[in-house]
Design a protein around this ligand. Structure first.
Ligand code: GLU
Length: 505
């Protein structure tokens, strides 16, 4: 067999916002594709018309673009294997359903939901399979004439796969190894429904993976139970030679570690489980997203990449390019990964630190605008640089730096009691004089002059610094005092000192 070019796909169903676990699946597909010099395809699996949610497809695409997960082909990206939306491939699927029927590998079944329900009551653990199919109303038990008459009379039917019992089915999984089952445990799954003329997930998925020449199926663990049927369908179609390699990724678990991560865990513990904010079109309910919560896409990518995989050492900070180099599908863990939300915040903090002050300032500008502050870009840059090491999210910067933009409207009472001494007013008046003579008015220049003056006068350094901080900030916080003085500039510093004296004296 000749080496095939690696082609993988991310194949979400547009049934709502993309869960963070789905984002990780897309990411692993991307990392694998890029590492192997292959292509990543976006296929929209929208054959379940009952569960279709408007807006979900656009949401998925927007989320993946935001995260920097790039597709080579697919819905909204184009390509030679299209259409990539399954609802636009109806005639293709019909052809393959007919082929299975013609080859006696599938059959038509007319059993109504009521009839199926009765059988379930009659037979314990009823399963539609080789042991029961001959008791049902289908093209195996009815004559060809009867079948045609029923169809012509407008009866709805489904097409079921005819699973041959007692065959060995082997799923070769790159993460889990060989999984072997006996085909007798499988049921004759529905592959097609006449009511909406649409195939089910199983048929559409297999036909498309084949036609789109997919080489590796990387998807969530919840699809592992479907894999034996998929292997059999490849066999029934005679496509074993080009059957993709499977890799079923372990679940994302609740932060406490037991059970699958759900939206409820996010609500309960206060973190998003969706990449972007999502408004339910039916209920209007709003679910928070990583983007709107202030996460940088590169932090989300790094965080997700390590949920279920690691490079084999304790390296944690890896940007996309590096992840592509290091990612190893075979080293993905078999057991679930606890969703350590705090770690996500830690990554965001780290990625903020990696940005230069100009980038941080640019991200902070919208927050300032929201607060009604207009400021010079250079000034914002300086201030952001002073405080970025204290934040996990850009919006948290406002709390740290507001005083750089707005003079204190009042003074923290406790601090006034503790820090504003009997001689503070007189000393700060002198300080204002000293500062007005400082040239250049920068950290070094002001610090040297002020400290020399304090020493000369025999004043208490701590007392003066604390009172000055109170005057400039209004509270006992902020960076090194001379950094504040430099940033505020001579005029504003002196103005704030005089204001504090007149209010607090
Ligand atoms: N449409 C399925 C989903 O929503 C695709 C599963 C697969 O990748 O085969 O996840």
């Amino acid at each position: 067999m000749t080496e095939r070019k690696v082609r993988v796909r991310f194949a979400p169903s547009p049934t709502g916002p993309l869960h963070i676990g789905g984002v990780r699946t897309a990411l692993y597909n991307y990392l694998f594709a890029k590492q192997q010099g292959g292509n990543l395809v976006l296929r929209i699996e929208d054959t379940d018309s009952q569960r279709f949610v408007p807006g979900a497809e656009a949401y998925i695409i927007e989320a993946l673009i935001w995260l920097g997960i790039k597709f080579d082909e697919g819905v909204s990206f184009g390509g030679e294997y299209g259409p990539y939306r399954q609802s636009e491939r109806k005639t293709i699927y019909k052809e393959y359903v007919d082929r299975l029927l013609a080859e006696d590998k599938a059959y038509i079944a007319f059993d109504t939901p009521e009839e199926l329900e009765m059988k379930r009551k009659e037979i314990a653990n009823f399963q539609y399979d080789a042991s029961t199919r001959m008791q049902m109303r289908n093209s195996l038990t009815l004559s060809a004439d009867e079948v045609n008459t029923l169809i012509e009379a407008g009866n709805q039917y489904v097409v079921r796969v005819k699973i041959e019992p007692d065959e060995k089915v082997t799923v070769n999984d790159l993460i889990r190894g060989e999984v072997v089952i006996n085909s007798s445990v499988l049921d004759d799954k529905v592959l097609y429904k006449s009511a909406d003329r649409l195939p089910t997930y199983h048929l559409a998925n297999i036909v498309d993976d084949h036609l789109m020449e997919i080489t590796h199926v990387i998807r969530g663990e919840e699809w592992l139970p479907s894999a034996p049927l998929h292997v059999l369908l490849y066999r029934y179609f005679g496509w074993e030679d080009t059957m993709p390699q499977f890799a079923h990724l372990s679940l994302l678990l609740k932060p406490e570690g037991n059970g699958k991560l759900s939206k409820r865990d996010g609500d309960r513990l206060g973190f998003p489980v969706f990449p972007l904010e999502w408004k339910d079109p039916k209920t209007g309910d709003l679910s928070s997203g990583y983007r709107e919560s202030g996460y940088l896409p590169e932090a989300v990518v790094n965080f997700l990449a390590l949920l279920g995989w690691n490079p084999g050492n304790d390296q944690e900070m890896m940007a996309m390019e590096e992840l592509i180099k290091l990612f190893d599908l075979g080293k993905c863990s078999k057991s679930g990964a606890k969703f350590d939300y705090e770690k996500g915040k830690w990554f965001n903090h780290q990625y903020i630190q990696l940005k230069d002050n100009k980038e941080v300032a640019a991200l902070f500008m919208p927050v300032l605008a929201e607060k009604g502050v207009t400021a010079d870009a250079g000034y914002v840059e300086k201030v952001a640089g002073l405080m970025k090491d204290r934040i996990n999210f850009i919006y948290e910067l406002w709390d740290q730096v507001a005083f750089f933009f707005v003079a204190p409207a009042g003074y923290d009472e406790k601090t006034v009691k503790k820090r504003w001494k009997a001689d503070s007013a007189a000393q700060l008046a002198e300080l204002a004089e000293v500062l007005s003579g400082c040239e250049p008015f920068d950290v070094e220049g002001t610090e040297t002059k002020v400290k020399a003056w304090i020493e000369e006068k025999g004043y208490h350094l701590g007392n003066i610094m604390n009172a000055t901080r109170l005057a400039l900030v209004g509270a006992p916080k902020g960076p090194h005092i001379f950094n504040i003085i430099e940033a505020l500039g001579k005029e504003e510093t002196i103005r704030r000192i005089r204001q504090a004296i007149s209010i607090l004296k």
